[in-house]
Design a binder for this molecule. Structure first.
Ligand SMILES: N[C@@H](CCC(=O)N[C@@H](CS)C(=O)NCC(=O)O)C(=O)O
Length: 195
């Protein structure tokens, strides 16, 4: 979602190829053997990390200045999100895969690591770096969205009003809703015809 949002914001047109995880096209695995989405191909350039795609898109065009300020703080938020918070998010989303963990403990760890620091920052500014939106907000938002969606009632009950406001603002944004549309699965015609 964050890669799609950055591409859309930068006004970059892409040929969108939706794939099925259980049936990954050989042409995708050929350019990116690790087999995760998103993958962006631009001529000979292959970007297969969503964050790299975001940076690349914003380097082409960054009309509202999402980058270029508070760069160290941005890096710290994103590293914490993509590293330890992503681990907790997976543990929280898939408790069956982690039978030794108590979901309540996972939730509390996520609160201490991420939700509380975000709430504290968002009480004094509208966004994570400043009073204007940045790459860090868009990079973190889909992860917080997923976290909240695991148990919406529980999330709603947490004492993090500024964080909830921030999340709702992103959920209601034109940008997010414009990239949420479903795409039909892309059929690799070259594969079907054996070419
Ligand atoms: N660090 C990578 C993570 C990519 C990733 O894990 N993508 C998941 C979907 S969100 C995926 O492609 N999973 C493939 C699979 O489960 O087979 C990025 O940000 O692009």
């Amino acid at each position: 979602m964050r890669a799609r949002m950055a591409l859309k914001y930068s006004g970059i047109e892409v040929e969108h190829r939706e794939i099925e995880f259980r049936n990954k096209p050989p042409s995708m695995l050929l350019v990116s053997p690790k087999g995760t989405v998103p993958v962006l191909c631009v001529d000979d350039l292959v970007l297969d990390q969503s964050l790299d795609i975001m940076h690349w898109a914003l380097e082409q065009s960054d009309p509202d200045g999402w980058m270029g300020f508070e760069e160290e703080a941005s890096r710290v938020w994103i590293e914490k999100n993509d590293g330890p918070f992503k681990v907790l998010l997976d543990q929280y989303k898939y408790p069956n895969r982690f039978p030794d963990l108590l979901q309540e403990d996972v939730l509390n760890s996520a609160i201490d690591l991420m939700l509380k620091p975000m709430e504290s920052k968002l009480q004094s500014s509208n966004y994570l770096l400043a009073n204007k939106i940045s790459l860090a907000d868009v990079a973190l938002f889909p992860f917080i969205r997923q976290f909240a969606a695991v148990d919406p009632q529980k999330f709603e009950g947490l004492p993090f009003d500024s964080l909830k406001k921030w999340l709702n603002q992103h959920l209601e944004s034109e940008l997010f809703n414009s990239v949420m549309e479903k795409h039909p699965t892309w059929i690799d015609t070259a594969e079907k015809t054996g070419r």
